[in-house]
Design a protein around this ligand. Structure first.
Ligand code: PPS
Length: 298
């Protein structure tokens, strides 16, 4: 797909959009995001990066298709659940354009924080499924993703990366702001707020919450089928969900696979004691006075 494109976007630094660091090639013509026209039956999967977006996207699609796996495999995940802000000029059409061509109900993926969220989603009262993950595992996953994703700046050494992450100097800005702002809005808006760690602990329970939120009623057998189809192993082996059809000019999976480990607590194998303590301190400050909390081991 992207083999013929020029690579002027290769490893460019983030560009700030109203203060939020965004992937460089996504930023031209930002009006397409601000003026994006939602439809009232759009289902938005909103996350901070590396928090379980792809997993939730496949779950939503499977629930909407009543667990029909053939239907789920009609297209690759990045085309059937387009990422709203995605764009590689001259190579991959903007996610917003792709979305305009899809029939309803559209499944929309985005990492945009509240400050950049298109107003139309609120005006249309769209259903939003937010997935949050603990910041230590997010940072480890994001670091590996930055090493293989040529649209992102090179992450640098691990020690340096920890500080960048804690300062919010990574794609989509600070983790704490992202998870807290959606949490604060969840009761006022049409938001189902879920946690990656809960999905790992009991996928069927969490899929059932998605089913109810989407107004579906599926049998236990269908739910079991969806659990199996969206397990890490199945999604890693499935070319429609593992991103292998995306050009290696964009994501080089020989550096690090998109479906990397899919566990909770991988940070233990990556952080030094002092890095882990830096995160603990950051986490305490971010969550002070909030009733939002995360699990770092399941
Ligand atoms: S992205 O690029 O921001 O959209 O990435 P995202 O999909 O949010 O997160 C990728 C991480 O989710 C893991 N993953 C899964 N874990 C468990 N089960 C399933 N089915 C699953 N699918 C994806 C993926 O492996 C990334 O986490 P890490 O820790 O890097 O393995």
């Amino acid at each position: 797909m992207a083999d013929k494109m020029d690579t002027e976007w290769h490893r460019k630094d983030w560009v700030k959009v109203r203060g939020v660091p965004i992937v460089w090639p996504f930023t031209p013509n930002w009006e397409r995001i601000d003026h994006f026209r939602a439809r009232e039956d759009d289902i938005v999967i909103a996350t901070y990066p590396k928090s379980g977006t792809t997993w939730m996207s496949e779950i939503v699609d499977a629930v909407l298709n009543d667990g029909d796996i053939e239907k789920c495999q009609r297209d690759v995940i990045f085309q059937k659940v387009p990422m709203l802000e995605f764009c590689v000029p001259g190579a991959v059409p903007p996610g917003s354009e792709l979305l305009n061509s899809l029939s309803s109900p559209r499944r929309v993926k985005t990492h945009l924080p509240i400050s950049l969220f298109p107003k139309s989603f609120w005006d249309m009262n769209c259903k939003i499924i937010y997935v949050a993950r603990n910041p230590k595992d997010v940072a480890v996953s994001f670091y590996h993703f930055d090493t293989m994703n040529n649209l992102h700046p090179w992450p640098g050494a691990r020690e340096e990366y920890v500080e960048k992450f804690l300062r919010g100097n990574v794609g989509y800005g600070p983790w704490g702001t992202h998870v807290k702002e959606f949490w604060a809005l969840r009761q006022k808006r049409n938001i189902l707020y879920l946690f990656y760690e809960d999905m790992l602990e009991d996928p069927k329970r969490e899929i059932r919450k998605v089913m109810t939120f989407l107004g579906k009623d599926l049998s236990e057998d269908v739910l079991d089928k969806i659990c199996l189809h969206t397990s890490f192993k199945a999604m890693k082996e499935n070319p429609t969900t593992n991103y292998t059809p995306l050009s290696s000019a964009i994501m080089d999976q020989s550096v690090s696979p998109f479906m990397r480990k899919g566990i909770c607590g991988d940070w233990k194998s990556h952080f030094t004691v002092s890095q882990s303590e830096r995160f603990d301190e950051y986490y305490q400050n971010e969550m002070a006075g909030s009733d939002l909390s995360f699990r770092f081991m399941v």
